[in-house]
Design a protein around this ligand. Structure first.
Ligand code: ADP
Ligand code: MG
Length: 319
């Protein structure tokens, strides 16, 4: 199979989107955003070894590389619409490519995303997706928009992907039933697109949790020039993890585990009911975990009000 067979047989299989004026096959793609919307872009890369294991199922891998990009759109409150895929592959293995494309187009279809182009080259596995979405003009959930007095909220449950990853590394042994509950969070995260959009006129700042809650909230605080406190006992997770794991480990997974792809966001206190309504509209649980204050730094408070000392805050590629 040649590169061109791969593109024709595997990649050009989506129904056309009327806003894609020119898709895969020409030198470049052309799209037309709807009137009243700004275009919003993001790009995320996965490298064999650093981000995934060479033995991961190709459908899961494709799901993940697209999901992490969709999650960036969710964190802005954008509607993801178009994607470009650049892939380095050591060989064109039909069964592998079929499974990869099933994972990719499966998730793309769920979110109405069209693959409009990319690049294919020979090399050790590298996958990069560039995604474009639409944002109602002038609205976006930016990192620099948190204000003193805001509540801090998180979607869904966190720490599950970290627990599953540690189980995979054999640095933790989860009972089979618990592992079954955590593994989908590691392999098939579902980005919170509906919630991000429902929060557009409700929340101030938002960010998705990829490197760990503490580090990712830190980005909001720094960009907004504010400080925050988080109530550790309110962090939403799988309840059994609270009883299974020693405290230090539990909070390491919750605060620094990463790969959650949940949203952490701030909203004014007067918007509490609106935030809960947005969560219901998006069919996504939301939990209030802390508050923003004028000042700087992140304080994690235990139930007794004592400040928790964190040894490390999350993943840093160059750390
Ligand atoms: P060019 O020579 O202009 O770079 P290519 O031969 O690389 O074009 O690609 C031909 C077409 O196939 C282009 O429309 C390109 O966007 C698309 N394409 C190539 N690789 C991929 C990929 N991995 N995913 C999606 N589209 C791809
Ligand atoms: Mg090219």
């Amino acid at each position: 199979m040649t590169e061109f067979d791969f593109i024709r047989r595997y990649l050009m299989r989506q129904q056309s989107d009327k806003d894609v004026l020119l898709g895969i096959g020409d030198d470049a793609a052309i799209v037309r955003p709807r009137t009243g919307f700004d275009l919003c872009f993001s790009s995320d890369m996965l490298l064999a070894g650093r981000h995934f294991f060479a033995d991961v199922a190709p459908a899961d891998l494709a799901h993940k590389v697209l999901a992490v990009n969709i999650s960036d759109m969710a964190a802005m409150g954008a509607q993801p619409r178009w994607a470009l895929l650049s892939a380095a592959l050591p060989k064109l293995d039909e069964a592998w490519l079929q499974a990869f494309c099933d994972g990719l187009f499966g998730l793309a279809g769920q979110f109405g995303i069209t693959l409009i182009g990319g690049d294919t080259t020979k090399g050790d596995y590298v996958f990069n997706i560039t995604i474009a979405g639409e944002l109602p003009q002038g609205q976006a959930l930016r990192r620099d928009a948190a204000e003193a007095g805001d509540d801090i909220w998180v979607s869904g449950r966190i720490g599950l992907a970290a627990a599953a990853l540690n189980h995979h590394w054999q640095t933790l042994v989860l009972p089979e039933a618990v592992h079954t509950l955590c593994e989908p969070a590691r392999l098939r995260p579902m980005p919170r697109v509906a919630l991000g959009q429902a929060l557009l006129t409700v929340a101030h700042a938002a960010q998705d949790i990829s490197d760990g809650l503490a580090q990712d909230i830190g980005h909001i605080l720094k960009a907004s020039g504010v400080g925050a406190e988080i109530f550790a006992d309110r962090l939403p997770t799988l309840p059994i993890l609270r009883t299974l794991l020693p405290q230090a480990r539990l909070y390491d997974y919750l605060l620094a585990g990463g790969d959650d792809y949940e949203l952490v966001f701030t909203a004014p206190e007067q918007q509490r009911d609106a935030v809960l309504a947005a969560g219901r509209a998006a069919d996504t649980p939301v939990t209030r975990i802390g508050r923003v204050f004028a000042g700087e730094g992140l304080r994690i408070l235990e139930a007794n009000g004592k400040e928790m000392q964190l040894t490390h805050l999350g993943f840093d590629h160059f750390g």
